[in-house]
Write a protein that binds this ligand. Structure first.
Ligand SMILES: [Zn+2]
Length: 154
């Protein structure tokens, strides 16, 4: 099993890795713990952020972390299965992007993901957590703020 290491670098918008679609994370506990450790240390070093996705750390796999109700969550292979028609415009920032962007996000979403143990979890998240999860899942699909938003300082 390949062990991933993070070199401490946050990849920036324009890097090839932030434009590509990511691979599914296989159901292997060692691998998932390895990825969780990397996500934990990266979020710890960037504690102002509320979420991060593995491609931002140079790893092209479907894994994200976010802070929800003060707790750090780890999601593997997350998919949005439902989203509200009610939309909010949010003002977002990203470690990989300079400046802030206005982006349209659904008020609530349903997400299916796998946890560290490989168990399927289904959650419903409302704004603002829905916004953070949508942002991180976008990274797994090669999408960054400048691709879908407009700069706040224009
Ligand atoms: Zn981001």
């Amino acid at each position: 099993m390949q062990e991933y290491k993070w070199d401490g670098k946050i990849y920036e918008y324009g890097s090839a890795i932030l434009k590509q679609k990511t691979e599914l994370v296989i159901n292997d506990k060692q691998l998932r713990l390895n990825l969780v450790e990397i996500l934990k240390s990266a979020l710890y070093l960037n504690s102002k952020m509320q979420g991060l996705a593995l491609p931002q750390l140079g790893i092209p796999l479907k894994g994200i972390t976010c802070i929800s109700n003060g707790k750090q969550m780890f999601m593997f292979n997350p998919i949005i299965t439902k989203q509200s028609k009610i939309i909010r415009v949010s003002n977002e920032s990203c470690l990989s992007v300079k400046g802030r962007y206005y982006v349209k996000r659904p008020e609530y979403i349903n997400v299916v993901y796998e946890d560290i143990e490989g168990r399927k979890q289904i959650i419903k998240e409302t704004y603002p957590h829905s916004r953070i999860i949508c942002h991180e899942i976008d990274h797994l699909n090669g999408i960054c703020l400048p691709d879908i938003g407009s700069p706040t300082d224009k």
